[in-house]
Design a binder for this molecule. Structure first.
Ligand code: FMN
Length: 317
């Protein structure tokens, strides 16, 4: 039975959850309440990469509750990116205060904001003064290096009419080491005046239960890598579980539709194979013999051999 009160969001994963992935995921599995689009940002010379722009073209997100995200270092970047998205008729824009990569944080972007609450206060004040016709939400980590940064950040965020805050209770310097810490989340919950969404290390129903021991009332979650491994996870967490045979059929359908869509979109078998290899780097973890599955995919080398490998994987592993 579906527990309708629970909200599950698809995390943005640059390079993985692109518009093709989002569309196929929604058609084959679904169970997702919002699809967050990987960040839009300025590259070198104030240029936005074509691949990032393609992600936010409205025609690539039709009929999906899609939320674009901006990664910014200053007022100019923020306003330019927000204007572009507001003109594309998005109703919500997510502000990235969590990107942990030094390439971003060294430029004052992403998680770097967690160390400068006064500057954050100023830029948000300017942003809200502009009265852009959109709602804003925030996605953040617990801190840049110090896992106490979030207290001052939440104190600032409380002054603004945000839609919600997505909180990944890890520091940026941890990257993906250690575990997301539900105790930090519980503290954030006691400080924040906005709806707070849990993000981090949610791979199974057991993980959900472990989080719920610490924050029993929590009913909104964002899932990233767990969804790449197991696209059925949102439905499972909502209480809808396929029997093994049906699930295998669904997974095959998911794969086949992805392959078809990438084949129509990308040029040359090399690009298609590279994209599918990347997809399998997580998806293979949902098979019993992940190592063997990945080996078969990696050594395929041509689309013909790739297709044969996929048949073998779904038959034997
Ligand atoms: C390859 C990769 C790309 C990511 N890209 C983004 C991004 O564009 N924007 C963002 O806010 N977070 C990004 N993240 C972080 C995820 O959205 C998520 O917060 C993180 O993976 C923790 O959730 P999980 O444990 O469910 O995967 C990325 C993570 C990975 C692994």
């Amino acid at each position: 039975m579906i527990q309708n009160t629970m909200k599950i969001y698809q995390a943005p994963l640059q390079g993985f959850t692109d518009f093709t992935f989002r569309k196929v995921l929604s058609e084959v599995f679904g169970g997702i309440d919002k699809y967050f689009i990987p960040y839009l940002s300025y590259g070198k010379g104030k240029e936005i990469k074509k691949s990032q722009l393609r992600e936010v073209f409205p025609e690539n997100n039709l009929d999906l509750p899609a939320v674009p995200q901006v990664l910014f270092s200053d007022r100019q970047e923020l306003f330019d990116l927000v204007s572009l998205l507001a003109e594309s008729n998005y109703t919500e824009i997510n502000l990235n205060l969590g990107c942990p990569y030094p390439m971003a944080t060294n430029k004052g972007r992403g998680a770097a904001w967690l160390e400068k609450p006064e500057a954050l206060n100023e830029i948000l004040q300017e942003l809200f003064n502009q009265k852009f016709p959109v709602k804003f939400s925030v996605k953040m980590r617990a801190g840049l290096i110090n896992d106490a940064d979030f207290r001052a950040t939440l104190n600032i965020l409380n002054h603004f009419p945000l839609e919600e805050v997505i909180f990944h209770p890890r520091t940026a310097s941890q990257m993906y080491t250690g575990k997301a810490n539900p105790v930090l989340f519980a503290e954030a919950l006691s400080l924040v005046e906005h709806p707070l969404v849990y993000n981090g290390d949610l791979f199974s129903e057991a993980d959900l239960q472990a989080i719920k021991i610490v924050v029993p009332q929590q009913d909104s979650f964002m899932i990233g890598r767990g969804l790449l491994i197991n696209p059925e996870l949102p439905l499972q967490l909502k209480g809808e579980i396929f029997e093994a045979k049906e699930l295998r059929k669904k997974k095959k359908e998911f794969h086949d539709q992805l392959l078809e869509a990438y084949s129509a979109r990308l040029e040359g078998s090399g690009h298609i194979l590279m994209k599918m290899n990347q997809f399998w780097s997580y998806f293979s973890e949902s098979f019993e013999n992940q190592h063997k599955v990945m080996k078969l995919i990696k050594k395929s080398g041509s689309l013909l051999k790739y297709n044969a490998a996929v048949v073998e994987i779904f038959r034997n592993y």
